[in-house]
Design a protein around this ligand. Structure first.
Ligand SMILES: *[C@@H]1O[C@H](CO)[C@@H](O)[C@H](O)[C@H]1NC(C)=O
Ligand SMILES: *[C@@H]1O[C@H](CO)[C@@H](O)[C@H](O)[C@H]1NC(C)=O
Ligand SMILES: *[C@@H]1O[C@H](CO)[C@@H](O)[C@H](O)[C@H]1NC(C)=O
Ligand SMILES: *[C@@H]1O[C@H](CO)[C@@H](O)[C@H](O)[C@H]1NC(C)=O
Ligand SMILES: *[C@@H]1O[C@H](CO)[C@@H](O)[C@H](O)[C@H]1NC(C)=O
Ligand SMILES: *[C@@H]1O[C@H](CO)[C@@H](O)[C@H](O)[C@H]1NC(C)=O
Ligand SMILES: *[C@@H]1O[C@H](CO)[C@@H](O)[C@H](O)[C@H]1NC(C)=O
Ligand SMILES: [Cu+2]
Length: 392
């Protein structure tokens, strides 16, 4: 059911577009501490695309509101950030989890803090945010709003980190993202009777993503005391207490659970992401390939990344932002959309899946103001100029 909803599949027509190499004149300077991760094929594709993208920006007819590649905020990969930078980020997330919410607690009694406002929006608007035209643009706005809250409400001076799945694919539980120390995003959950995740609902012959060694409460790292309150709503196959509210908006205080899953991570190596970007010639194909075909044991990097985290609320389609790694994962989704756009900016910056109407909008209620969906296609100047960031 989680998987079913996550994989409302899309079909599309393939069109061919051309693009040639241009000499590069802008450098990403990805690393803050020279951490020894070599560039993977997607990183190289990103670097090789910049000169062409810069040329496009120089002559684009839509205003960038003064945003340029040089001025843009740089969202870094977690492993390229120094330990003090990671710790500053973690402090800001814990801060957001300690601030009062804006949502109405009479209507939504499970909302305990400002962080929960974000989780709640993803629950109340789940179908809108995940409908075909909105998945990419609405999540772009959602991550930006979260980053803004960390900065403006909690004094964070950096930007939202992303998770390059390929870097951790071979052994996610021992990566600096999940190793459980105080500068990681918390560890694996305890071993439990967690059965894994069915990729396509509960009916055979669809494949299960088998449990790894976790599934229970996260007992190490900065989020070991975190209280998850909202949800779950979707089918999570464990002994998690049911939410007392019929729609999952009640208080259901519990620990953060995870199953850092090597099997799911197996479909997140850089070659999967590279193939997705280079072989998808139009936006509908790109989104469809991103979402995969679970009935063919092809989960797509989006689902494979979610199920590398699994557990609760990470494994629940509705409440998944309740695991603080959600933002890293969807940052990577947003990043590869941008890299895909850069392959042919003239034809790819101005398209969205299923071509929504011109007056379509995304409204994230307590977390961001209402925005026209078509103003979310551009991370360099979109959202009335408020978007001005790149991924390095
Ligand atoms: C900008 O407008 C000019 C003149 O209308 C047109 O030739 C050019 O292709 C446009 N460029 C882009 C990037 O849309
Ligand atoms: C919160 O919701 C309750 C119940 O719907 C309503 O009576 C109350 O006026 C709302 N409070 C605010 C501040 O909107
Ligand atoms: C946590 O792990 C990172 C990377 O693996 C390491 O650099 C850091 O020193 C560790 N911190 C602690 C407190 O053990
Ligand atoms: C968790 O709570 C315990 C008990 O209050 C406290 O001693 C500990 O420092 C907390 N740890 C973290 C990582 O928040
Ligand atoms: C990625 O590489 C692995 C290991 O070589 C291979 O099994 C897999 O089929 C490749 N995936 C794609 C999409 O090319
Ligand atoms: C985003 O899409 C809208 C609607 O098609 C278009 O007007 C706008 O120019 C696009 N932005 C860019 C940067 O292409
Ligand atoms: C949230 O946004 C939706 C879409 O604009 C709107 O219908 C709904 O009333 C809003 N909810 C609240 C509580 O503001
Ligand atoms: Cu997702």
């Amino acid at each position: 059911m989680i998987a079913v909803t996550w994989t409302l599949l899309l079909s599309s027509v393939v069109v061919t577009v051309g693009a040639g190499p241009v000499k590069q004149s802008f450098s990403l300077n990805r690393r803050s501490d020279g951490f020894p991760y070599p560039l993977d094929e997607v990183d190289k594709l990103e670097e090789d695309s910049l000169a062409k993208f810069q040329a496009y920006l120089a002559k684009k007819n839509v205003t960038s509101h003064g945003c340029t590649l040089e001025k843009a905020a740089k969202r870094q990969e977690w492993h390229d950030m120094t330990v003090p930078m990671r710790e500053e980020y973690i402090r800001a997330v814990l801060c957001l989890q300690s601030k009062p919410p804006k949502a109405n607690q009479t209507e939504y009694p499970g909302v305990m803090n400002r962080y929960d406002d974000f989780v709640l929006t993803h629950e109340t608007q789940a179908f809108h945010l995940h409908s075909t035209p909105h998945l990419f643009p609405a999540h772009r706005l959602y991550i930006w709003a979260y980053e803004k809250a960390l900065r403006e409400e909690c004094g964070y001076t950096g930007y939202q980190p992303y998770w390059n799945w390929g870097r951790t694919a071979a052994d996610p539980a021992n990566s600096p993202l999940f190793n459980g120390n105080m500068s990681s995003m918390g560890g694996n959950g305890l071993k439990t009777n967690y059965p894994g995740v069915p990729t396509m609902g509960f009916t055979p012959p669809y494949d299960m993503i088998p449990a790894d060694v976790g599934g229970g409460c996260v007992t190490e790292g900065p989020f070991k005391n975190m209280t998850v309150s909202l949800g779950p709503i979707g089918g999570v196959l464990t002994d998690i207490p049911k939410n007392p509210h019929p729609r999952g908006y009640g208080a259901n205080p519990r620990c953060l659970r995870r199953d850092v899953n090597k099997y799911a991570a197996g479909q997140t190596y850089a070659n999967y992401t590279y193939a997705l970007i280079t072989e998808s010639k139009d936006i509908d194909t790109f989104q469809a390939h991103m979402l995969g075909q679970p009935e063919k044991n092809d989960w797509g990097v989006h689902m494979a990344g979610h199920y590398t985290i699994g557990g609760d609320p990470g494994g629940d389609f509705y409440s998944s932002p309740g695991d603080p790694v959600f933002w890293f994962h969807h940052g990577m989704v947003d990043r590869i959309w941008w890299i895909w756009q850069m392959q042919d900016p003239e034809n790819r910056m101005n398209v969205l899946p299923e071509n929504p109407p011109q007056d379509d909008f995304v409204d994230l209620n307590w977390t961001a103001s209402k925005v026209n969906t078509w103003d979310l296609n551009d991370s360099i100047g979109g959202n009335g100029g408020e978007f001005c960031y790149i991924y390095v």
